[in-house]
Design a protein around this ligand. Sequence first.
Ligand code: MLT
Length: 264
Amino acid sequence: MIAQVDGASIAYDDVGSGPPIVFLHAFPLDSGMWAPQRGALIANWRCLFIDQRGIGESTASPPYSMDRFADDAAAVLDRATVSDAVVVGLSMGGYVALALWRRHRDRVRALVLADTRAGADTEEGRQRRLELADLARREGIAAVAERQISGLLGKTTREKRAEVMSTARGMMATASVDGIVGALDAMRTRPDSAATLSTIDVPTLVMVGDEDVITPIKEARALHEGIAGSRLEVLSGAGHLSNLERPAAFNAVLGEFLRAVNAY
Ligand code: MLT
């Protein structure tokens, strides 16, 4: 399905039935990364999987910023006539989820922040974004995928789960250069969300893989400590893409959280 938003076509899948959940994907993947959650959840939940502006089936239309991505997600909820939803964001999706909370908190029933962080980029991190954008323009998406893949997946996955490696690689290979450069710009210029954490008063689950080197456990702890009443779950043997690397464990924790949220 498509939501027309401010000159862009934002693509999303709206599947299943039950209380709504919005899924926000990581960089440089698209909404297809949620395949293991889709299979497990659509019997009991209405799941909206959004391709961020410039990624997947969504058109590459500037401007790119976390605020813009959050407004796009809110527009998808409008189009789907969903008043509020559980918002699940992994990594970059978590940055968007925090922006969504700041800008449209009445649309957020509960939050799941997986393998993400509250802080803005360091100066060194910003420089790396610029270099990666340059690599994307010069050599294309396959070069970006190769640069990112080992950081995205944990040691256990890289050594023992060849099929997860190839799935993740395949997803990255489909992104457009403009969308990837736009997402890098948006991450580079995103604000620090540390002050946002104490404003969060909806049920919140923080998840992280214990082999995540991009947003390590200490980042998840900072989120957990900053959000009153939040729950922290560490998934063993998973790296940054914990939902793909340990899908059964991820789904078990997520399912339990969703049932608890739905109960009150
Ligand atoms: C992601 O997985 O979305 C990115 O690695 C996040 C980042 O680079 O900050």
